[in-house]
Design a protein around this ligand. Structure first.
Ligand code: 13P
Length: 242
């Protein structure tokens, strides 16, 4: 399978940041891995013409209608995106999104022809209680629709306590979780052995080599270190060399 270096700008980025993507496009024109930058809806059109593959950060489950302020998967696709994130923990927390809604958004993303990067992850309390695997399996049971295939879906494991904190699980912990996720995907989906599994949470140039060396880590979903080409570029290179 082709690995994926995905960025997530979250609620960051204006037109002044487009040169960061242009620099990435120039430096990684023939990357040996897939590179996708997910950005705010306001910037997708401009991001799309840089040559970097683009994703939305969220979508509404319906195609159109009276939903002020919301954005459909069709709109994201129309803006030039090829990917969309669903189920990010910040959506789950800030907007009370539950697994059923995330499943509906994922189906909407597929219907629009977008590849969905579906996020799962445990809280710090769940991690400390030793409930990580149980939490992740419950999230996958209820948020990954039955029709998922390796072609349409990537799963991103993002421990909530590792996001933006500079903390990460140990390599052994990441490897153990990813092995468990792989077993789940293979059990449930015909193409589960080929479905990409990303790690996310405080990935940066200094820890990328160690994380990408782990079995069943097929790339990363990167927040803070995706904002500047100088920070994201070495992460792409580390994935290419893994
Ligand atoms: P950070 O890389 O800033 O920890 O964010 C991870 C993340 O939430 C990506 O979706």
């Amino acid at each position: 399978m082709r690995k994926l270096a995905a960025g997530n700008w979250k609620m960051n980025g204006t037109s002044a940041d487009i040169p960061q993507l242009e620099a990435l496009a120039a430096a990684h024109a023939n990357a040996g891995v897939d590179v996708v930058m997910c950005g705010p809806a306001t910037l997708l059109h401009r991001m799309a013409v840089t040559g970097v593959s683009i994703g939305g950060e969220d979508c509404h489950p319906e195609t159109s209608g009276a939903h002020t302020g919301d954005i459909s998967a069709e709109m994201i696709k129309d803006a030039g995106a090829t990917h969309v994130i669903t189920g990010h923990s910040e959506r789950r927390t800030d907007h009370g999104e539950d697994n059923a809604l995330i499943a509906a958004k994922t189906t909407a993303g597929w219907a629009a022809g977008l590849h969905v990067i579906l996020c799962i992850g445990e809280s710090e309390a769940q991690y400390r209680a030793g409930d990580t695997l149980e939490v992740l399996r419950a999230q996958m049971d209820a948020s990954i629709p039955d029709g998922a295939t390796a072609q349409t879906t990537t799963i991103a494991y993002e421990p909530i306590w590792a996001i933006g904190t500079g903390l990460t699980p140990t390599p052994e912990e990441i490897a153990a979780v990813h092995a468990n996720l792989r077993a789940y995907l293979m059990d449930r989906f015909e193409t589960g052995s080929q479905m990409r599994l990303l790690y996310g949470g405080s990935v940066k140039a200094s820890n990328a080599d160690e994380i990408f060396a782990l079995a069943n880590v097929d790339g990363a979903l990167v927040g803070g270190a995706s904002l500047k080409a100088a920070d994201f570029s070495p992460i792409i290179t580390a994935l290419e060399n893994a």
